[in-house]
Design a protein around this ligand. Structure first.
Ligand code: ADP
Length: 455
């Protein structure tokens, strides 16, 4: 960058300097010619008939003019006197431009290289009348050519060029430093992810571009970070799921294997044999339930079936009817506070599962003589019980997969800790919120809020 600026500055100033020199030489040349013309006019004006109209007269007049060349011609341009002692003097000069002008208009001026003397000369010729005789008097003095003048000033130009190169190097260095300083500051700010700012109007658009780039980069980075976290979370959750499933399967499988080995050994009494068959059957059933629960849980998310308007009141009332025998057996009373005609958007089987899980849990984790109050209106569905309650530290875990407060009861009555996780998934998918309020030993209330705007 610095090199390029230096080269450009140098090229511009060198070209400028040369152009300036040519112009100066031209002006000075023009002025010297004008000077010569004025001198020559005065010189010619000094001629009079005191000089003879021949070589001697020309030489005498030349002497008076400090050696300027004098040529005397008759009115036709025939040379009659010449001050220069040249070997070949042309007889007639009528074709010379200054002579031609003098013949027609009284005087003429011309500058050219003399064919006779081989030098650059300025000529002034005037037609003068002495009595009957017309004489063309021409005086010439040597002038420097443009090229000679340029060659004369070349050493001066060379000195200026040297000074120019040094000045350019300093200017390029300082200029580049001053130009690049705000840009470098901006680059530094952009690299550090700071807001890029500048007082220079010319590069404010660059600052805006850098800021925009930085913002979009930061956004992309955070997206990447989120994706990375999601991948880690998904992997962790998958690992946990596999570990939970293997753990849940392990107990029934060990039991089945143990009883099968005993049966194979043939050492069991008929009563023990009957118990072994019963256990193998119940544990197989437990395994089947577990697999069915897992498949059902996974299906909720992959299920793309569209929702439709469902009469949730009917579903809840049907569920209460189904759970009633179990409640009676547990000596739990179900209080029905279900408003009729509550329509929600969903799928019948999923809503039935939601109501079933909450009401069944309220009966299952209740006390003898306890009650379960089921409420449903346009805004919410809640199931309140007077059961064992949930400890504070378990409140936010109960909606996680495979979480059961009492591990010793896990798997009994199909309870693998998936019921509430299923409820949460169903609610999430519908855009509803599910929460719980509970006091250990006093009871719990599970509430599903439909998040409907109140009319
Ligand atoms: P499960 O099939 O084991 O009942 P859930 O996911 O339905 O699984 O419940 C998870 C755990 O939350 C249960 O094991 C239980 O400890 C606790 N829980 C659920 N409902 C209630 C309730 N109404 N009262 C007290 N504890 C409950």
């Amino acid at each position: 960058m610095k090199k390029r600026i230096l080269c450009i500055t140098l090229a511009v100033t060198i070209i400028g300097l040369l152009l300036f020199s040519f112009a100066a030489v031209q002006i000075s040349y023009d002025s010297s010619i004008e000077n010569a013309k004025s001198y020559l006019k005065v010189y010619v004006g000094l001629f009079d008939d005191g000089y003879s109209f021949d070589n001697e007269g020309a030489a005498a007049f030349s002497q008076k003019l400090d050696g300027a060349r004098v040529t005397l011609m008759d009115s036709s341009g025939n040379v009659i006197g010449e001050s220069e002692q040249v070997e070949e003097i042309e007889i007639n000069h009528a074709d010379r431009p200054e002579v031609e002008s003098a013949k027609s208009g009284g005087s003429g001026f011309a500058v050219r290289k003399s064919a006779t003397l081989g030098k650059n000369m300025a000529y002034y010729c005037k037609s003068m009348q002495f009595g009957e005789t017309v004489i063309l008097v021409r005086v010439a003095i040597a002038t420097a050519s443009e090229w000679a003048m340029f060659v004369d000033v070349l050493p001066t130009i060379a000195v200026f060029l040297a000074i120019d190169v040094v000045a350019c190097m300093i200017a390029a260095y300082v200029g580049t430093f001053l130009i690049l300083r705000p840009v470098e500051k901006m680059a530094k700010e952009a690299t550090l992810g700071k807001e890029v700012s500048t007082n220079y109007r010319e590069i404010q658009s660059l600052a805006a571009i850098l800021n925009e780039r930085n913002r979009s980069l930061a956004f992309q980075m955070s997206e990447l970070q989120n994706e990375k976290e999601l991948v880690i979370k998904t992997k962790k959750s998958k690992d946990e799921l596999i570990s939970n499933i293997t753990h849940e399967m392990n107990t029934p499988l060990t039991s089945i294997k143990g009883y099968a080995e005993l049966l194979e050994s043939g050492s069991l009494t008929p009563e023990q044999t009957a118990l072994a068959y019963k256990t193998i059957y119940s544990q197989s059933e437990r395994l089947t339930n577990l697999i069915a629960s897992i498949i059902n849980y996974n299906e909720i998310d992959s299920d793309d079936l569209p929702p439709y308007d469902v009469d949730f009141s009917s579903i809840v009332k049907e569920t209460i009817a189904v759970v009633l025998p179990e409640a009676e057996k547990a000596e739990v009373t179900i209080v029905d506070c279900v408003e009729s005609g509550v329509i929600v958007s969903g799928r019948h089987e999923r809503l039935s599962e939601l109501a079933g899980n909450l009401i069944r849990n309220a009966v299952r984790y209740n006390k003898r003589g306890g009650t379960v109050t089921v409420k449903l209106n346009e805004q919410l569905f809640s199931v309140e019980d007077t059961g064992i309650g949930i400890a504070e530290e378990n409140m936010d875990k109960i909606f996680s997969r495979f979480f059961t407060v009492d591990k010793s009861h896990s798997g009994k009555n199909g309870g693998f800790g998936l019921g509430l996780a299923v409820c949460k998934r169903i609610c999430n998918k519908a855009g509803w919120t599910i929460g719980v309020q509970s006091r250990l030993g006093e009871g719990s209330t599970f509430t599903v809020n439909f998040n409907k705007p109140r009319s």
